[in-house]
Design a protein around this ligand. Structure first.
Ligand SMILES: Cc1cc2nc3c(=O)[nH]c(=O)nc-3n(C[C@H](O)[C@H](O)[C@H](O)COP(=O)(O)O)c2cc1C
Ligand SMILES: Nc1ncnc2c1ncn2[C@@H]1O[C@H](COP(=O)(O)OP(=O)(O)OP(=O)(O)O)[C@@H](O)[C@H]1O
Length: 315
């Protein structure tokens, strides 16, 4: 899979290097949830049947971050995570269009005439509610006419679960409420955060529950503050543990950014500086302030037992 960064307007060099008949799925695709997968899989299938390469076009940074509106609070799939998943879907080319103020003002006409036509897109595959161009004025139906009928357009019907359209914003809402199982059903996999283990305040070991403090490698959306049963992938080993996402109100009054602390079961190696990914399996309870360290320690012991039985029952 090749990744191509594009800036509008496209240069002659970029066009010369990338113009080829190809099937293109277009969208923000943050999360690469089951709805996104149905669009991209449809593009991959169509490409195979036409014997053409399959491509995906996405935008970076997230338009909601640039336009400072909506529910943006990080990425469900920051760039490297998105690449990993797109690769597994069988995509040949990924075009990442730089999303900035100027690009947000490109009209639907100029998007088609200045990007899709020069790249020789044979078929564009989009979801039923795809919008593009300045103020989202363009829709799927307009793609074909704006290209002077050179472009085939496939529109993918809504992917629903229990009657609801699977969406990135729904997954953000679920994570913000600690509903990690709902998020996992919509994602088609458990939500995971990739990061590096940093030095913490060194209190964990003293209280009998050493924790790995995870600094996310990219700007991941964090789930609601609280305690979670987790699975951890470390150098190919699958470990299990319990994670606190929070500000440790028993020790601090500040409202600093939440930290991610993982107590791994049956593990006592040195993790400082190591890369891990942590999969959220189940929410256990909200974070709270304890009156004494003994009470906190007793509760963490119970959390660990709860997490173990949840992990045993989880597939
Ligand atoms: C499973 C688990 C649950 C936790 N729950 C809370 C909590 O509810 N309130 C709190 O103030 N700290 C909570 N903590 C955070 C501990 O206070 C923290 O792990 C300890 O202070 C060590 O921090 P350090 O790594 O910065 O030294 C929890 C930690 C774990 C591992
Ligand atoms: N559930 C779905 N079923 C079919 N197509 C979808 C679904 N969700 C998104 N798409 C399509 O995937 C592409 C990318 O959409 P987008 O990233 O805006 O998805 P979204 O999850 O609806 O996002 P948000 O919740 O932030 O509005 C678009 O073409 C869109 O129409």
């Amino acid at each position: 899979m090749e990744i191509i960064n594009l800036t509008y307007p496209l240069t002659k060099e970029i066009i010369d290097d990338n113009a080829r008949p190809q099937v293109l799925a277009i969208g923000q695709f943050d999360g690469l949830h089951l709805g996104h997968a149905s669009v991209i899989e449809s593009a991959v299938r169509t490409a195979a049947s036409l014997n053409l390469p399959a491509a995906v076009m996405t935008f970076h940074p997230h338009p909601k971050e640039v336009m400072k509106k909506g529910d943006y609070d990080g990425y469900l799939t920051p760039p490297r995570e998105k690449e990993r998943i797109l690769k597994s879907l069988g995509v040949d080319y990924v075009y990442i269009v730089e999303f900035n103020d100027a690009f947000s003002r490109v009209s639907p006409q100029n998007f088609v005439a200045g990007v899709l036509v020069p790249l020789q897109i044979h078929t564009a595959v989009v979801g039923f509610d795809f919008r593009y161009g300045y103020r989202g004025e363009g829709d799927a139906g307009m793609l074909r006419e704006l290209s002077d009928n050179t472009l085939e357009v496939h529109t993918v019907p809504p992917f629903l679960i229990e009657g609801e359209k699977v969406s990135s914003s729904g997954i953000r809402r679920a994570l913000a409420e600690g509903e990690v199982q709902l998020a996992a059903r919509w994602l088609g996999r458990r939500y995971s955060i990739y990061g590096t283990v940093m030095h913490g305040e060194k209190r964990g070991r003293q209280i009998g529950f050493p924790t790995a403090n995870l600094k996310p490698d990219e700007h991941f959306v964090l789930p609601a503050k609280g305690v979670y049963a987790v699975r951890v992938n470390y150098e190919g080993q699958r470990l299990e543990g319990v994670m606190n996402v929070g500000v440790k109100p028993t020790f601090h009054n500040d409202k600093s950014a939440p930290s991610l602390e993982i107590h791994l079961f049956d593990f006592n190696g040195d993790l400082y500086g190591k890369s891990l990914s942590v999969e959220l399996v189940e929410f256990i309870r909200e974070e709270r302030r304890f009156g004494s360290i003994d009470e906190l320690v007793a509760q963490i012991g119970k959390d660990a037992d709860t997490a173990k039985s949840m992990l045993l029952a989880a597939e």
